[in-house]
Design a protein around this ligand. Structure first.
Ligand SMILES: [Zn+2]
Length: 238
C-alpha cells in the first residue's frame, strides 16, 4: 500500500467534497431566496386584496345610499299624488309636513351619497395605481425567481458531475484510509484531511510536535493532528 499516494488521492477527494458542499449551500440558499420572494409576493397580494375588499364595501355603501335616495324620491312623488285625492284641510297639511320631513331626509342622503361618491373615486384611483404597481412587482419577482431557478439547475448539474468524479476517485482510495476520512470529516467542516504547512496543521492552525511532522514526512502510517484529529498529509507537490 502506497500511503502517500492514497493520501494524495484522499486530498483530491476532499477537494471535490468541499466543492459539492459549497454548491449545495448555494442551492439551499437559492431555494430559501425563492421561498422568501414568494412570501413577499403573497404578502403584497394579500394587502392589495384587503384594499380591494375595502373598496367593494365602499361601493356597496354607496349603492345603499342610492337606493335610499331613489326610495325617498318615490315616496315624495307618491305623497304629491296623494295630495290630489285628499279632501280634508288638516290631512292635507299633515301630508305636506310629511313631504317636508322626507325632503329633509333626502337632502341628508344626498350629502352622504356625494361623500361616498368622492370617496369611491378616490379609492378607485388608488386601487388602480396599486394594481399596476403590484403587476410590475410581480413580473420582476417572477423573472428573478426564474433566474434563480436557472442558476440552481446549473448548480445541480455541476454538483452531480462533481459527485460522479468523486465516486470514481473514491474507488481508487484505500478503504481503510477512506473510512478514517469519512468518519473524521463529519463535524469538522467537511474536512477530514489537513495539510502540514511548515510545522502547522493548515486546518486548525495548531503548531505540530516535531515528532509528528517527521512521522508525516515518513508517511508510513496514518498520523493525526493532536488538536483537530484530522489526518495529516504533506505532499512533495504541495
Ligand atoms: Zn489540526
Amino acid at each position: 500500500m502506497d500511503l502517500k499516494q492514497d493520501l494524495a488521492l484522499l486530498f483530491e477527494l476532499q477537494g471535490y467534497d468541499i466543492k459539492v458542499s459549497d454548491i449545495n449551500k448555494q442551492i439551499s440558499f437559492a431555494s430559501s431566496l425563492i421561498e422568501q420572494k414568494n412570501i413577499t409576493l403573497e404578502d403584497k397580494k394579500t394587502k392589495l386584496n384587503e384594499e380591494k375588499k375595502k373598496y367593494m364595501d365602499l361601493v356597496l355603501l354607496k349603492k345603499e345610499k342610492e337606493f335610499l335616495l331613489a326610495d325617498s324620491e318615490k315616496t315624495i312623488a307618491k305623497y304629491f299624488m296623494d295630495l290630489n285625492t285628499i279632501k280634508s284641510n288638516d290631512a292635507y297639511k299633515a301630508l305636506l309636513l310629511k313631504i317636508e320631513k322626507v325632503k329633509i331626509d333626502k337632502n341628508i342622503i344626498e350629502d352622504e351619497l356625494l361623500t361616498f361618491m368622492e370617496k369611491v373615486d378616490e379609492v378607485s384611483a388608488k386601487i388602480k395605481s396599486a394594481e399596476s404597481e403590484f403587476k410590475k412587482f410581480e413580473e420582476n419577482i417572477r423573472k428573478e425567481i426564474i433566474d434563480i431557478k436557472n442558476s440552481t439547475n446549473k448548480f445541480k448539474g455541476e454538483s452531480i458531475a462533481l459527485e460522479n468524479k468523486r465516486e470514481e476517485l473514491k474507488l481508487r482510495v484505500n478503504k481503510f484510509v477512506l473510512s478514517h476520512y469519512e468518519r473524521l470529516k463529519g463535524g469538522r467542516g467537511g474536512r477530514g484531511i489537513a495539510i502540514v504547512n511548515g510545522e502547522s496543521c493548515d486546518c486548525c492552525g495548531m503548531t505540530l510536535r516535531i515528532q509528528l511532522v517527521i512521522q508525516v514526512l515518513k508517511c508510513q502510517e496514518l498520523v493525526f493532528c493532536d488538536n483537530c484529529s484530522r489526518i495529516l498529509f504533506k505532499s512533495n507537490a504541495l
